[in-house]
Write a protein that binds this ligand. Structure first.
Ligand code: NAD
Length: 349
């Protein structure tokens, strides 16, 4: 196995690992480790170029620094990418080699699942390193989607209170783009609270299920952003808010599970200028990594996790308040608060 360090200004450590025997071609990026060891998932994707993989892993690892800092867990930001097609090229040998690469960092980075990686893959990684989480064990951890949905639900409640003065989501109108693992669980929670739902997905079966179970109104994916609702909840892929869609938005709240909901950083201010309250994605969707963090700390219990997920609502409320007071976009405020947590920890060290 060959390991080569790549200098990236502002990053604690970035390593390129290649292993001929297993075909592993991976990058592990540790953005910041001030709060503790870096923690973030491993993504398997057939990147077109090495530069594209490096760009993704650095961007994602920086995002994890912010997410973990505001998630209230003592971990820095890191991420790994494996350049391979998860359907045709991923193999147990490759995951074992990846595990050895993680292990060689001596605990600077903890890995877990991300897209293209299953819990079974992480079991294989665990056979060669202890620096891994996201594996169900004695009722803890495992599939984070229901947890993420609960965090988003708490976030939608906080946003509705701040923007609409609503004490509950009864009769609130919410459009969910993407009723997959998180979106469907979110729909259930919202429906139970009496919200009226609009749903869209490229998967017709998922749409039919949501219509049947939650009395939701189905629209085409392209129409979802323009639905006449109070809350637009992106729960599919990233980039739902972009130069094309922002003008069609009728909701006054954007609050959903998807990572990188804003196609470009400028969308943060653009939403603010239009009077739309945006719940920063890495704050509202942090429940999964909070669960992983508790698992690593050996502090996972359903009660503790629920308590921490429910704190996402008040955390967002604080961001909304500061945004209103300072007349600045919520994403900007969240970044500032995350950097503040890290700066305080640096001073205390
Ligand atoms: P998922 O794959 O189960 O669900 C995504 C859904 O979006 C699917 O039903 C899919 O058919 C649909 N979809 C895909 N492209 C679409 C399009 N163009 N238009 C409409 N629908 C489309 O994924 P998930 O686990 O529910 O995650 C949803 C989002 O939340 C992702 O962006 C993910 O990165 C993010 N997220 C998930 C978690 C988690 O715990 N699962 C945690 C944090 C963030």
């Amino acid at each position: 196995m060959e390991s080569r360090e790549i200098e990236v200004a502002g990053w604690r450590k970035v390593v390129h690992i290649s292993d001929k025997a297993s075909g592993l071609d991976a990058i592990i990026a540790v953005h910041d480790a001030t709060l503790g060891p870096a923690c973030g998932g491993c993504r398997v994707r057939p990147y077109a170029t090495f530069a594209a993989a490096l760009d993704d892993v650095t961007r994602l690892s920086r995002g994890m620094t912010y997410k973990n800092a505001l998630g209230g867990i003592p971990f820095g930001g890191g991420k790994a990418v494996i350049i391979a097609d998860p359907k045709t090229q991923k193999s147990p040998e490759m995951m074992r080699a990846f595990g050895r690469a993680v292990d060689s960092l001596g605990g600077l980075y903890y890995t877990a699942e991300d897209s293209g990686v299953t819990e079974h893959d992480m079991e294989i990684v665990r056979s060669v390193t202890k620096y891994v989480a996201g594996i169900a064990n004695k009722g803890s951890g495992g599939n984070p989607s229901p947890f993420t949905a609960r965090g988003v639900w708490r976030g939608v409640q906080a946003a509705a209170k701040a923007r609409l003065g609503a004490a509950s989501l009864k009769d609130a109108r919410v459009a969910i783009l993407g009723v997959g693992a998180v979106g469907m669980s979110l729909a259930e929670l919202l429906h139970e609270e009496g919200a009226r739902l609009v749903v869209a997905d490229v998967n017709d079966a998922a749409v039919r299920e949501a219509v049947k179970r939650f009395d939701a109104v189905a629209v085409l994916p392209d129409e979802c952003v323009g639905a006449d609702v109070d809350v637009f909840s992106p729960c599919a892929l990233g980039g739902a808010i972009n130069a094309d869609t922002i003008g069609r938005l009728r909701a006054t709240i954007v609050a959903g599970a998807a990572n990188n909901q804003l196609a470009t950083p400028e969308m943060d201010k653009a939403l603010y200028d239009r009077g739309v309250l945006y719940a920063p994605d890495y704050v509202i969707n942090a429940a999964g990594v909070i669960s992983v963090g508790l698992e690593i700390l050996n502090q996972w219990s359903h009660e503790e996790l629920t308590r921490r997920i429910d704190a996402i609502g008040p955390r967002l409320a604080a961001i909304f308040e500061r945004s209103a007071r300072d007349r600045r976009p919520t994403g900007e405020i969240a970044d500032e608060m995350a950097l503040d947590v890290i700066a305080k920890a640096k001073r205390a060290a």
